[in-house]
Design a protein around this ligand. Structure first.
Ligand code: HEC
Length: 141
């Protein structure tokens, strides 16, 4: 019996390690991870520009406060993220946020989860996407 328990625990530990590894896959690919961050990212004007872009494009899902309480509730897949409660690791990596805004739920692992987050690279310029990233960082400060 003890032996069975030992193997059960070992198996659970390996499974746990695999699952944690899966989360580590939520990393921007090199073409995003290596992007230089604009020097003016945290300037008040950048944040203000981002706030306007957010109001025009993001509040329907993420809510006017950015807390995920918008009027759009997906039938399936993940709920719109609470951008005020983002993990600090994400906030501190502007490239992560820029990647998520640019590609949305069109890339793995978010695609398989059924994410309805749009890929904003088709609608917003690079400058506009950095501005909205600045606003998200300000929201989660
Ligand atoms: C149609 C609904 C919808 C709209 C509009 C939308 N989002 Fe999202 N967004 C989502 C959903 C659902 C998620 C959670 C699933 C995911 O991470 O892909 C999400 C996730 C995110 C994330 C990732 C958070 C994390 O922890 O990784 C960021 C950043 C984000 N959205 C920013 C924005 C910005 C900026 C805009 C506007 C330019 C926007 N979203 C517009 C639905 C939307």
């Amino acid at each position: 019996m003890k032996r069975v328990l030992f193997w059960l625990i070992t198996f659970a530990a390996i499974l746990g390690a695999c699952l944690t590894n899966g989360e580590a896959a939520e990393q921007p690919p090199p073409q995003y991870a290596k992007l230089p961050v604009p020097a003016t990212l945290d300037a008040p004007e950048t944040i203000a520009a981002g706030r306007a872009i957010f109001a025009a494009n993001c509040v329907s899902c993420h809510g006017s406060q950015g807390d995920g309480a918008g009027s759009v509730h997906p039938q399936f897949g993940p709920a719109p993220a609470d951008l005020t409660g983002l993990e600090q690791a994400k906030v501190n990596t502007p490239q992560y946020l820029f990647w998520r805004v640019s590609e949305g739920g069109r890339v793995e692992p978010f695609l398989s989860r059924g994410s309805i987050m749009p890929a904003w690279k088709h609608h917003l310029t690079e400058e506009e996407r950095w501005q909205v990233v600045a606003y998200i960082r300000w929201l989660a400060r």
